[in-house]
Design a protein around this ligand. Sequence first.
Ligand code: GLY
Ligand code: MN
Ligand code: MN
Length: 432
Amino acid sequence: MRHAPIDPQLFVENRARLRQLLLPGALAVVNANDIPPTNADGSLRLIPNSDLFYLTGVEQEESILLLFPDAEDERQREILFLRETSPLIAIWEGHKLSKDAARAATGIGNIQWVSEFPKFFHRLMCESTHVYLNSNEHKRAEITVETRDARFVKSVQAQYPLHQYHRLARLLHRLRIVKSEAEMGLLREACAITRAGFDRVARFVKPGVNECEVEAEFAHEFIRRRGGFAYTPIIASGANACVLHYIENSRPCADGDLLLLDVAANYANYNADLTRTIPVNGRFNRRQKQVYDAVLRVLRASIKGLTPGKTCRQWQEEAEEAVGRECVDLGLLKPRDLKVKVDDPMRKPVKKFFMHGNGHPIGLDVHDVGFTTECFAPGWVMTVEPAIYLPAEGFAVRLENDVLITADGVVDLMADIPIEADDIEALMARRK
Ligand code: GLY
Ligand code: MN
Ligand code: MN
């Protein structure tokens, strides 16, 4: 891990919050992710399992957390199983968690080697009634590869068909959507690193630089600050910005074009999500500024509109109405277009220019888990990302900030990242 050590109290409290939601006599298991394979004998770096990290802070392959709050033997109430190291592993892979280090990092007293898991698990299953197993229940997940958790579900249910099984994901979604103070500290650090990357890039971009050079500037700034990319960066000049998931980042930035930067940092597994749209030559032209200011007005209104008690769907509709009105002022829609009644909301005229969600929860996952059909509540962190896409004019403007919802109003976690067109131009005027 590159990040500073985290106070284990965060994980102790997260486990305590989960225990409150388990049925009496229930056992819960969370597995690490697999190390993703590539080609031949290649593999990628392990992406820590967000739920395992949330509950333990552990970022090591093959780890398993077992919670059984009602176990008769109190030492068995929470157990962390770890891959045992060896001289060979130490030479090839380096440091692995010792039992003592794991105890200190997680606040879990009982640490066992993973080879012991079947024995412990069988004993505790014989004592338990309800079993909570984990699965990816993100509603937009495209699941084509079986995870360790998914394989575990299959094998446990085959071996113990008579237990009562439950979905741990339901409980974790409920917990993870509300961020604690300690989590907010990590999210703020991800935002601070993101800001440093943006400041550097705004002073680097000029006509002729390639989008991939811009990506490299972000990478340098994020990694030297002990972060990394929160998601594959989108660095899209001109009409590339109209491709929502443009990640090729390979074109020279042309004089007169806008450059859409949807790039943010991850720190200690917590993600920021930022979008800024800047003029390649440092000055917005008239039309670009008109569209820019329109999107900025919607962003400001949408941030204010994140009020506890409102549903995501209501908030989305408000944003679409606001973008629709701006599109009329920009000559893109006619007033009558705003009144068109359609059965399929995707056919609303405004969707031609703004066809995606106005935001999503963010945290340990970029599109974080949580019940977004429920009302906003204090402790949620949402992105706010209105946009107007104009492929016919060869550009798009999207702006995106991350915002904490509280009982007393919103806190814009990216308020210190320049966003007014004048401030962007002033920052770019300081280019080398
Ligand atoms: N960067 C991904 C998103 O904005 O949702
Ligand atoms: Mn984004
Ligand atoms: Mn986003």
